[in-house]
Ligand binder design. Structure first.
Ligand code: ARG
Ligand code: GLU
Length: 722
């Protein structure tokens, strides 16, 4: 072996030992900064397009086809007429809002036959990224010569406003600045927001939500989680509020769609808006999540879900009233369970501890040792101090702000009481409140809520840190308390609540403060605001400042490491390969599922696993048209892309830049990737684009939509051109 190779090998070995948490795939990268390390890594994984195809300031590129969907999900433009693809669960509330008993689009699906049939949606927007610019120097100007954290933050806020106001943009565009690497880097985004977005198509829930909560976060999966919208613009192709004179938007770029599908080991890239990750926490924080915080939140939701499920199974009206709320509570409940299991199974804490040992060693060798040496002991101390506050905070937010509906209403009423300034404004706010609650009470059942109150409040009083327990929960008989509140409170019924709120502010507040439910809630809220929140925020600000230094230290001390900024709802690129995984001993999961699996899971009439007759007929006739893969119809697939909440609806892209799928979930064993990404079990789940096309074409007979798209055969084009 020659010396050069020996040196290289040695370097590789040292790298693997020194960067245990970085010597892996994963990562959510800033699209304007892919040149260099990412580019070569992507090429080594099989990417054939260039970085400019993904992001280019001067020419149209893929980023011009990937708007943020209503601030939460991702979507992509798939035709020259502004046709937009996202998940069914991302368009869910729009589909629901157009549904009625006569037109139940959730159950039956919806397909606009022409532009005139497309349905406008109030308050639905999509936002494109026009330009990405590093403005760190401008934002941190004059900030580094102060040690006072408050002064620092106020200077930063001022600099941000100044930069936002002065950075060049067109009149219809907007400038936004976001912090990266916990505030070690600041990036400005010029954005364009469209406000006339119409519903074009959605499959029935038995396809779009097939498997529902049972299959949620689970592989093997068989869900057609997609819906179609269209962006409308004014006659100059600019964003405009809804108008019937608006016309379909002509995009700068739209995705061609590959009909060639994917196979194991193929390069894939996911482009979207991941919401939040915490990849650089110290081991103390991760231990706290595993040992204290996740178990507490899981236990509360366990109790609430169990109670609700029982009511839903026995009462059709309650089932409809609570379906969406149940799904939303169950979504993160299930995710936290998977997350804790995954963190434990992959020894995340030990890996972090090993890294921290190495980190300490490096700080000692570095000239900056004085800045960094005390970081970890300080973290340890602060996490110890914050522990009871964090836990109390989680109990309060889960019980009072999330699961017990009476307490959620009371919390809003408390806001109304506290916001009193003048009689006039009180009366306006009160009216708004009353109107806003109408929908809430339509889906409210007092018996369900009473049972949820009893079980979750019991947990709160027994398990939350006793030193911060509100008086109301000390030595309390929760059953009789529950009975008293639900017998007497006016908050359990819309009509009685409206009556309670009749009169001027003085009368209303007097009545309110005699209501047993409100009194109880107010006790909890004020205890939280006075005894928990201030200390929590004080410690948390210190932790955030420390985390910023810790991040900077890692960037300084590991200059060659593969460090990406935590997700922050900005546009990111993640890439990997189509790959199966082994969830447990002796079990291996293939990376692709087929329609055969839908039929295997079929339970006639079941609310999660029913299958539309038309789909069964198409299956029996094997009528898959051009969408088949060796006589089978692909449905979902998985790959090693590092995604998180917010990546729902993100385009999955092949080596050449064509659309091959639509991201919608992660696998159960790998949901800890928000905190610790392990390439052996972390996989994202996508709908195969051929399933989407098949449903549109063969199932819904909406061939006119297929005709708008550009379908390509990259694999056969390459092989015939050779
Ligand atoms: N787990 C996916 C995501 O977080 C899908 C959620 C919607 N589906 C459901 N069955 N609740 O958000
Ligand atoms: N379903 C998630 C979403 O709504 C994406 C899955 C994930 O968290 O990775 O964004």
């Amino acid at each position: 072996m020659n010396q050069r190779i020996k040196n290289l090998l040695l370097k590789a070995i040292i790298l693997c030992i020194a960067f245990p948490i970085y010597a892996q795939q994963g990562g959510m990268w800033i699209p304007s900064l892919l040149k260099g390390m990412n580019e070569s890594e992507m090429q080594s994984l099989g990417m054939k397009m260039s970085i400019q195809d993904i992001y280019d300031v001067n020419n149209s590129s893929m980023k011009d086809a990937v708007p943020h969907f209503n601030g939460g999900c991702t979507s992509e433009v798939i035709s020259p007429q502004g046709l937009l693809l996202t998940n069914h669960h991302c368009g869910y509330s729009q589909i629901q809002s157009h549904s009625s008993i006569e037109h139940d689009y959730l159950t039956d699906g919806f397909w606009a036959e022409s532009l005139n049939d497309e349905l406008p949606n109030e308050n639905l927007t999509v936002t494109f990224i026009v330009r990405i610019e590093d403005v760190t120097n401008k934002v941190l100007e004059g900030v580094l010569n102060t040690d006072n954290e408050r002064e620092k933050q106020s200077k930063i806020t001022k600099n941000i406003s100044k930069t936002v106001a002065s950075f060049p943009k067109e009149s219809w565009q907007e400038n936004k600045i976001k912090a990266f690497f916990e505030g070690n880097q600041y990036i400005l985004f010029v954005t364009e927001t469209f406000k006339d977005i119409r519903l074009v198509g959605a499959p029935p829930a038995s396809i779009g939500k097939f498997g529902s909560d049972t299959d949620n976060w689970v592989w093997p999966r068989h869900t057609g989680d997609f819906s179609l919208f269209r962006i409308y613009a004014d006659k100059d192709n600019k964003p405009a509020p809804y108008s019937k004179n608006n016309v379909p938007y002509k995009p700068k770029y739209f995705f061609p769609i590959s009909l060639d599908g994917i196979s194991e080991d193929d390069f894939t890239m996911v482009f979207g808006y991941p919401g939040q990750t915490q990849e650089y926490l110290p081991s103390y924080a991760v231990e706290q999540i595993i040992n204290d915080l996740n178990p507490a939140k899981i236990a509360i939701r366990n109790a609430a879900l169990k109670v609700t499920d029982e009511f839903m199974r026995n009462d059709q009206t309650i089932k409809i009233q609570y379906a969406s709320k149940y799904a939303s509570i169950a979504n993160y409940w299930k995710k936290w369970i998977g997350e804790s299991l995954g963190l434990t199974k992959t020894n995340a804490v030990q890996t972090k501890k090993d890294f921290e040992k190495d980190f300490i060693k490096r700080t000692k060798q570095s000239s900056k040792s004085s800045d960094y040496a005390t970081l970890l002991p300080e973290f340890e101390q602060l996490y110890k101090q914050i522990a009871p506050y964090s836990l109390s905070r989680d109990y309060f937010t889960e019980v009072a702000m999330r699961n017990v509906e009476l307490l959620v209403v009371a919390y809003r009423l408390y806001g109304l009481e506290r916001s009193y300034t003048t009689e006039q404004s009180f009366s306006e706010k009160k009216e708004n409140f009353i109107n806003a609650q109408e929908r809430f009470y339509k889906n409210y059942n007092k018996n369900v809520d009473e049972k949820v109150f009893e079980t979750t409040v019991s947990l709160y009083s027994q398990k939350a840190p006793q030193q911060f327990l509100p008086e109301e929960l000390k030595n309390v008989d929760v059953s009789s308390l529950t009975e008293l509140i639900y017998n007497q409170s006016k908050l359990t019924d819309y009509e009685s609540l409206k009556k309670l709120l009749e009169g001027n502010s003085k009368e209303v507040l007097k009545k309110l403060n005699r209501d047993k439910g409100y009194i109880f809630a107010k006790g909890l809220i004020e205890n939280y605001i006075q005894n928990i929140l201030p200390e929590y925020e004080k410690l948390n600000t210190q932790i955030e400042a420390l985390q910023r230094t810790y991040m900077k230290a890692q960037l300084d001390l590991y200059p060659d490491a593969r460090i990406f900024p935590d997700a922050n709802s900005t546009l990111r690129v993640t890439y990997g390969k189509v790959d199966g995984y082994s969830p447990k001993d002796a079990v291996y999961y293939e990376p692709l599922t087929y329609l055969d699996g839908v039929i295997e899971k079929y339970v006639p009439g079941d609310y999660e696993f029913d299958v539309p007759q038309k789909l069964i007929d198409l299956y029996n006739a094997k009528d898959y048209g051009q969408y088949a893969d060796n006589d089978k119809l692909p449905v979902n697939f998985i790959a090693t892309n590092h995604t998180t909440g917010g990546n729902s609806g993100s385009p999955a892209i092949d080596a050449y830049g064509n659309l091959i799928g639509l991201n919608f979930d992660r696998v159960w064993e790998g949901t800890m990737s928000d905190i610790y990404y392990d390439p052996s079990i972390c996989r994202n789940i996508m709908v195969d684009i051929r399933y989407v096309l098949f449903i549109i074409d063969k199932f819904a007979n909406a061939k006119h939509l297929i005709d708008e798209m550009k379908l390509v055969h990259p694999k056969s084009e390459i092989s015939t051109s050779k």
